[in-house]
Write a protein that binds this ligand. Structure first.
Ligand code: ADP
Length: 447
């Protein structure tokens, strides 16, 4: 087992990784920008090294600085968290070239899944069901029209390198396709420096349901049930639950087995999430994320596992601590993302947190790096924490989350807590009957 791990991230996920390391008796190295000198992960780590100025590109994305910090401190492995360098295959390769372990999948698997076109081709070959669409990249408008006519409008033009909902445009009919195709390409080129696009059938009322997996890199892969992440704003997840209120245990096991078998054939290593759109009882693969996800705690709660611990174990060449038959989904879990944003207009709200009181009690978990007197820097993502609850049934989990949201106090900055209270109280959420459009419609009605 490693004796020292460098955590190449910040905020709640840096703390999450640090906690797993500490429980495993592994020493930790925090890296931070000058803007994060007072951050909780820096305070709690065994060692901390400043890697640059506030801008992410000069600090948390600064590969030479991170590698120097790792070499200087004698770290044996690097955990990338999520975001920043977590899905950067070149980074993973460079870490390994420096004789350290990258805690994540092989660079080859990261590359295959990082390109959504090769991800879809690979998954199809391995027997995973897809959203109907183009066979690979669509090079010109004439081909786009042909494909769209075949799969029927509306269609979605998507960037092969896409992420964060960027480079995605809907065309309702043939009249709209040229414009959508041009816009998706321009956005993809600007955001990712790669303007390859492909086409998918635009599903009108899907849910976003995803499967969490972990592989040991030797052909053993387990799945940990599903998560429903349909409640999104601008393609960004806001609230997640495990399991999906729409998916039966039989359907969950069926798709979980398909996914685990597919990834076992690849000899996948580490944590991964296979994302599907789910509509009319069909699962359609959209993409795979080759890292730990923000919403991993809901899975940890219902499956009683520590996914970061498992990531570290397999990266160190150890066995996972369980097999598929040991994993049972128990009860229901919900996560609310607490963003420092105004609940009405979603304007980011960095600044000083004058008072923070975390909720507690049975079945409540808070994953956050904030504290009273903490100043949220304006340079990074607005998510400042996650509130997670676990209870025997979904109605009990809803009641528990409502209770926890009542207890939670964050003063000095605006947060999404008022919005979460309204979502939890809504008929749409309580019924469990919602789609990827429900939250946008709900927010629209509130405004
Ligand atoms: P990104 O990597 O940018 O997040 P995804 O492919 O994961 O892109 O899609 C993000 C979200 O966009 C999905 O959760 C879903 O809400 C919506 N979406 C993606 N593909 C489709 C589709 N074919 N039909 C309808 N909605 C889609």
């Amino acid at each position: 087992m490693f004796s020292k791990i460098l955590i190449a991230n910040r905020g709640e996920i840096a703390l999450r990784v640090l906690r797993a390391c500490r429980e495993m008796g592994i020493r930790t190295v925090a890296v931070h920008s000058t803007a994060d000198a007072d951050a909780m992960h820096v305070r709690l780590a065994d060692e901390a090294i400043c890697i640059g100025p506030p801008s992410s590109k000069d600090s948390y994305l600064n590969i030479p600085a991170i590698l120097s910090a790792a070499t200087l401190t004698g770290a044996e492995a690097i955990h990338p968290g999520y975001g920043f360098l977590a899905e950067n295959a070149d980074f993973a390769e460079t870490v390994e070239a420096h004789g350290m372990t990258f805690i994540g999948p092989s660079p080859e698997h990261m590359r295959t899944m990082g390109d959504k076109i090769s991800a879809k081709t690979t998954m199809q070959m391995l027997g995973v069901p897809l959203v109907p669409g183009s066979d690979g990249a669509v090079e010109d408008v004439a081909t786009a029209k042909e494909v769209a006519a075949k799969i029927c409008y509306p269609v979605l033009i998507k960037a092969a390198a896409g992420g964060g909902g960027r480079g995605m445009k809907v065309a309702q009919n043939e009249g709209e396709i040229e414009n959508a195709w041009q816009m998706a390409r321009a956005e993809a080129r600007a955001a990712f420096g790669n303007d390859a696009v492909y086409i998918e059938k635009y599903l009108d009322k899907p849910r976003h349901v995803e499967i969490q997996v972990m592989g040991d890199g030797k052909g053993e892969v387990v799945y940990y049930g599903d998560r429903d992440c349909s409640l999104q704003r601008r393609h960004q997840k806001v609230l997640e639950e495990a399991g999906s209120p729409a998916v039966t245990p039989e359907e969950r096991d069926e798709i979980g087995t398909i996914v685990a078998n597919a990834l076992a054939k690849m000899k996948y290593s580490g944590a991964g999430t296979i994302e599907f759109l789910y509509q009319d009882k069909q699962f359609c693969f959209i993409e795979m994320n080759t890292r730990l996800q923000v919403e991993h705690p809901v899975t940890e709660m219902v499956c009683n596992v520590d996914l970061v611990r498992e990531q570290i174990m397999v990266a160190a060449g150890e066995k996972m601590s369980h097999r598929q038959e040991d994993i049972h989904v128990t009860g229901h879990a919900i996560e609310c993302r607490i963003n420092a944003e105004n609940s009405d207009n979603f304007a980011p709200c960095p600044g000083l947190i004058t008072i923070f009181h975390a909720p507690g009690g049975p079945g409540v978990r808070v994953d956050s790096a904030i504290y009273s007197g903490y100043k949220i820097p304006p340079y990074y993502d607005s998510m400042i924490g996650k509130l997670i609850v676990h209870a025997p049934t979904r109605p009990q989990a809803i009641a528990r989350m409502q209770r926890a949201l009542q207890e939670c106090v964050v003063e000095g900055v605006d947060t999404l807590i008022p919005l979460h209270r309204k979502i939890l109280a809504s008929e749409e959420f309580q019924s469990g009957v919602y789609t990827i459009h429900t939250l946008e419609e709900f927010v629209e009605r509130l405004s």
